[in-house]
Design a protein around this ligand. Structure first.
Ligand code: AKG
Ligand code: FE2
Length: 320
């Protein structure tokens, strides 16, 4: 085990789901402290089928191997790139001009046509060239959504608030499964570009199944960059800007990046699948009362999740 893996706290979600009272309490403490103090927590025992993760990666690989013109047909006008295909170099980190060295696909929540958020979130689109893409990515979306809900319940217990405080925000939330392809730099490169420039995620929490190659790094609260290497069967979880807002920055958003391969030998393709857990559109992001004190009143004005998302998508170049 590398020094990094030893330092990132590891928890087992089954201890929270079905463990003894002591195991549950321990999960709440280690998960909450870990995300607050470290920014990343490694979660095992999450119950997500390894075979489903493999099958989804196979489909993702098949999709990104399609001709550019075929992939480009799935780029969506509107919805700030929250559905379908987003081309190479289109997204950039906030305050950066150069695009990231990646292309990706977004799968969102499937809602019935008469649901009040159906039109706002936008319908999913599916690549007909990969026949199992819809089935696999939606199954993974739903599995990650379920695991995230349990983690958010534990986080509410950590704050001593009603257990559905955070998970209720994510019910019918505008969550997104992002399927990313980072081609080898020898195939495609933008001068000055990095695979994913340092940034904070927009949402509440992010769940990352292990990437297919190294490169993910987190900035510790002490300002040190650390590689995040996940093993098969592990998911890493980090905190985003929206969680920072509702916790009055008690849990800061975690800064992270994906570095470029450091040598020709390491210049391999990389795939990853972050799942961004978002609140429902009208959810008002404001510091929970338990996070405010006379010394630290709310640090940010309330804003709805949808308004905050749109502001950030503009800053990232996805919403024009
Ligand atoms: O590819 C990864 O491992 C992380 C990607 C990421 O941070 C993002 O897309 O927000
Ligand atoms: Fe990220």
């Amino acid at each position: 085990m590398s020094p990094t893996q030893r330092r990132i706290p590891v928890v087992n979600l089954s201890h929270y789901r079905t463990g003894t009272p002591q195991e549950r309490a321990r999960f709440v403490q280690v998960f909450g402290d870990g995300i607050k103090e470290f920014g990343f927590v490694t979660v095992e025992g999450h119950g997500i089928d390894d075979g489903l993760i493999r099958r989804t990666y196979t489909d993702v690989e098949r999709f990104f191997a399609l001709p550019e013109a075929t992939k480009a047909q799935y780029a969506q006008a509107g919805h700030g790139g929250q559905r379908g295909y987003i081309g190479y170099g289109q997204e950039h980190a906030k305050n950066r001009q150069v695009g990231d060295l990646k292309e990706f696909w977004h799968v969102g929540r499937e809602l019935p046509p008469d649901h009040k958020y159906h039109a706002l979130y936008g319908p999913n689109v599916w690549p007909t060239e990969v026949s199992t893409f819809r089935e696999h990515t939606l199954s993974l979306f739903n599995a990650l959504d379920g695991a995230a809900g349990v983690m958010l319940q534990a986080l509410a217990e950590y704050f001593g608030v009603a257990r559905d405080t955070f998970s209720g925000m994510a019910t019918d939330g505008n969550s997104v499964l992002r399927l990313i392809h980072y081609p080898p730099l020898k195939e495609r490169f933008i001068p000055g570009g990095v695979r994913a420039a340092e940034h904070e995620d927009i949402n509440l929490i992010t769940l990352l199944c292990e990437g297919t190659a190294s490169g993910l790094e987190l900035l510790t609260r002490d300002g040190e960059w650390l590689p995040v290497d996940t093993l098969r069967g592990q998911i890493v979880v980090d905190s985003g800007d929206m969680l920072s807002r509702v916790t009055n920055e008690i849990i800061p958003a975690t800064t992270h990046r994906v570095v470029n391969p450091r040598s020709k030998e390491e210049d391999t393709v990389r795939y990853s699948m972050p799942f961004f857990v978002h609140p429902y559109a009208d959810c008002v992001l404001q510091a929970l009362p338990c996070t405010q004190t006379a010394d630290t009143p709310a640090r940010h004005a309330p804003i709805t999740a949808d308004a905050f998302l749109k502001q950030r998508l503009r800053e990232n170049g996805l919403l024009k």
